[in-house]
Design a protein around this ligand. Structure first.
Ligand code: SF4
Length: 405
């Protein structure tokens, strides 16, 4: 059996006629598990990565989807790369393999959730578990499937954590995976975790998140960080370990919730920066640089906020310019907020139905405008084929949407 990998994370890879070896560290952890299982069974040193026009030379091609962006890259790759798969079976899987309707015409098998514990070998031998969709058995994906959970503790530890002990209403990560009450940690050694587990007492760059500019917003999305706690936590950089040293804190934040507008975001951003600026003792002996990494709210399938309406025309870029340049403390927003079009692409893929897949692909390929697919962007989550891993909370945000409109 000849296997290859389609990995849409690297744009250069999408060049036609390419086959190459890539270090395994470039793969997602899930793809590394699959490669290990495959090589153990079939031999060899690596599975080559190939461009889409080359997959026809293989029996099977693995497509790693860790996010909606990779679904988008795959759609663009199929469009530009003279997609000819002949008898090659394309198996898609990964954290971004949730709504497959926009790519259902190009794939043969989809694995929802984890595919470790040698499950890939069973799939290659025609044995399909409850988390596997197979086109020849269910052409339009109208059946019922589960999201696979991790089974191998060894691989679990290699990844730092699977799932998260918190339960933020917008977060798919926690809503489709079981977890073991560990603080969120994306990989071994990374200084990234939820704010409750963060410790800013030694000099390094930390990554954590608040995901709401106001205490009220954070409570509404079930991320209960009070202003008082946030001030106390950030103040902890004044530790002896940091004296005459610099620490950096990347503070991820979400803007564009249904109850927010560019005006409220501008005001709330200024307010939180001013609140935190009061921590500054102005000694010159400590230095803390906080960068707010603002990302747009997106209603993700399988989360309590999945049906929220998002106004993709709102532009928050100018709302996040306020900054503080103090003595011990500096704060600024370092990245550009995604454009409305980028958000619309994401929502269109997440809300794609079987019957609307041509429209969604045309939109991704810039052959349709936002106004042509408004009915898709404002639809409810269409995924009926995946069973929720957790009890879905009944959280109603519609009152805020009405107010906004
Ligand atoms: S947003 Fe972060 S803290 Fe909240 S559930 Fe998701 S991973 Fe956990």
């Amino acid at each position: 059996m000849r296997a290859c990998i389609i990995d849409c994370t690297d744009d250069k890879f999408m060049t036609r006629g390419m086959t190459r070896r890539t270090s395994s560290s470039a793969y997602s952890t899930g793809m590394k598990c699959i490669e290990d299982d495959y090589l153990l069974k079939y031999g060899g040193n690596f599975i080559p990565k190939t461009s889409l026009d080359e997959i026809k030379r293989y029996d099977v091609a693995f497509l790693s989807l860790t996010s909606v962006q990779e679904v988008e890259s795959f759609i663009k790759g199929v469009d530009k790369d003279d997609y000819r798969k002949n008898r090659c079976k394309i198996i898609a899987g990964g954290a971004g393999c949730i709504n497959i309707y926009s790519i259902i015409d190009y794939i043969d098998i989809a694995v929802f959730g984890r595919c470790d514990n040698s499950q890939i070998i069973d799939i290659l031998n025609g044995k399909y578990a409850e988390n596997v969709w197979v086109k020849e058995n269910d052409f339009e994906c109208s059946g019922s499937y589960k999201v696979g959970e991790f089974k191998e503790p060894k691989k679990h530890f290699e990844t730092g954590s699977i799932g998260c002990r918190r339960d933020c209403y917008y977060c798919q990560y926690t809503n489709v995976r079981t977890h073991d009450n560990k603080p969120y940690s994306p990989q071994k050694g990374a200084a990234e975790t939820d704010i409750w587990a963060s410790d800013f007492t030694t000099p390094r760059v930390y990554t954590t998140a608040i995901d709401g500019l106001t205490e009220k917003t954070r409570m509404m999305v079930n991320k209960p960080i009070t202003d008082k706690y946030l001030v106390k936590k950030i103040s902890s950089f004044y530790s002896e370990g940091n004296r005459n040293r610099t620490i950096g804190i990347k503070l991820y934040n979400i803007v564009g919730y249904p109850w927010e507008t560019p005006e409220t975001v501008e005001n709330d951003f200024k307010t939180i920066v001013e609140m935190l600026s009061k921590i500054d003792r102005r000694t010159g002996k400590w230095r803390c640089n906080i960068s707010f990494q603002n990302t747009p709210f997106s209603p993700e399938p399988l989360t309590p906020m999945q049906d929220c309406i998002v106004d993709v025309d709102m532009n928050f870029r100018k709302s996040l310019l306020y900054k503080y340049e103090g003595v011990d403390l500096r704060m600024r927003s370092t990245n550009f907020h995604q454009s409305g079009l980028t958000r619309a692409h994401r929502i269109a893929i997440n809300r794609c139905e079987y019957k609307s897949r041509d429209d969604v692909r045309s939109f991704i390929l810039d052959r349709k405008k936002i106004k042509d697919i408004t009915h898709i962007l404002t639809a409810q989550n269409p995924i009926k084929y995946l069973q929720h891993t957790k009890d879905h909370k009944n959280v109603d945000f519609s009152e805020y949407e009405k107010k906004r409109s």
